[in-house]
Design a protein around this ligand. Sequence first.
Ligand SMILES: [Zn+2]
Ligand SMILES: [Zn+2]
Length: 127
Amino acid sequence: MQPRIVCPECGEAKDLTGAPSPEGIEIRCGRCDATWLRDAAPQVCATCGGSDLQTRPLALTQYSRGTQLSIVGMSEILLCRSCDHEMLEWSKAGRAVPFTYRSAALDAAAGHERAKGDKRGAVRIEP
Ligand SMILES: [Zn+2]
Ligand SMILES: [Zn+2]
């Protein structure tokens, strides 16, 4: 379903890496070092195939001083309005998505586990 991504400069299709950037997913070509934004094509949810997706802030966290979790940076994560409904509501309340959250929009396995009621892939949400 995903369109094939090729480098607009040299046509490389395999040696490509993606990284989140403020404008979307930035692709870098390993052959000629060109970079461009992938999001010319609309993204779809990996779990349900829907296109009703939202990008939300993601907290990059690490344990400092033993057990205290501190936010060391922010990134972004893609959430599906139906499959990631709970996390979307959590995020809309002004909280960042935890780093450990597995987005159903990006990870079909996580979405299907959640749909079956298997909570192993779910993150513990604390107030
Ligand atoms: Zn290239
Ligand atoms: Zn979905």
